[in-house]
Ligand binder design. Structure first.
Ligand code: MG
Length: 255
């Protein structure tokens, strides 16, 4: 078994142990990605990306959407214009494609119950983090206008505009550490005082590059090894699995 495979398990690993901490946690905030962590929205995003990009002459599979999850819209589009056209997308192309992709995403959701459902266990994780007295911070590449309304509807009282980093706040976006560094600044804490919960390989890469211990939850179709290879301290199969362990992880008990 390789090092990375070792981390893909459903119990706490010694990798989360902090030297000399004596079991007293210094964690002050947990930083949450949104798509694939709080909402089961990735199937709709993957469907919409693959359909619109392929129609535009940029062949893209749904799996590609998962592999690129976390990038901003123009970031994802440019990966494919580089591949097929040898150049970045123009702002006009990106705006047009992202607009069409959003329409298809909304149509997909309308045909699947109206909006993306909650990820099972996410509410329990948020409540445990709140009950431990820690801040909850949102760090998403999404720039949807209705984001806060939707969060408040499903996870009332957990998120505020002050403790949120969205696609509108960033210049580079994930996998650059920028969004997580902005989140630390907004929360007024250091990397050592935070934990990140991410589901995407590029999201894990961004968080690890920001120096933050990262919990990966593999809620999508990709191999869990990809998350471990990006430097996740632990890879869990679901948010429900994290809900069972999150208090222990925060308190560093028994590890
Ligand atoms: Mg995600």
């Amino acid at each position: 078994m390789s090092m990375s495979e070792n981390k893909v398990q459903n119990h706490i690993t010694p990798l989360l142990k902090r030297e000399g901490q004596g079991g007293n946690s210094s964690i002050k905030a947990v930083l949450f990605d949104m798509d694939g962590v709080l909402f089961d929205s990735m199937p709709g995003h993957a469907y919409a990306w693959a359909k619109i990009m392929t129609e535009y002459g940029l062949p893209m599979r749904e799996e590609d959407a998962y592999e690129n999850e976390g990038r901003t819209g123009i970031g994802t589009i440019s990966i494919f214009t580089q591949k097929y056209w040898g150049r970045d997308a123009t702002v006009e192309e990106a705006d047009e494609l992202y607009r069409r992709k959003t329409i298809v995403f909304n149509e997909y959701q309308a045909a699947h119950g109206g909006e993306a459902p909650e990820i099972p266990g996410a509410g329990a994780v948020l409540n445990a983090v709140r009950d431990a007295g820690l801040l909850r911070v949102l760090v998403t590449g999404s720039a949807q206008q209705s984001l806060l309304t939707r969060l408040e509807k499903h996870y009332p009282g957990h998120f505020t505009p002050e403790l949120m980093v969205t696609g509108d706040d960033v210049r580079y976006g994930k996998p650059n550490p920028e969004p997580y560094l902005i989140a630390l600044k907004k929360a007024g804490i250091t990397a050592d005082e935070a934990l990140v919960v991410e589901n995407a390989p590029l999201g894990v890469r961004a968080a690890v590059a920001a120096g933050i211990t990262t919990i990966a939850v593999n809620t999508g179709p990709l191999d869990a090894k990809l998350l471990a290879d990006e430097g996740a301290a632990i890879v869990l199969p679901s948010m429900s699995a994290l809900a069972e362990q999150v208090s222990e992880i925060i308190n560093n008990k028994g590890i």
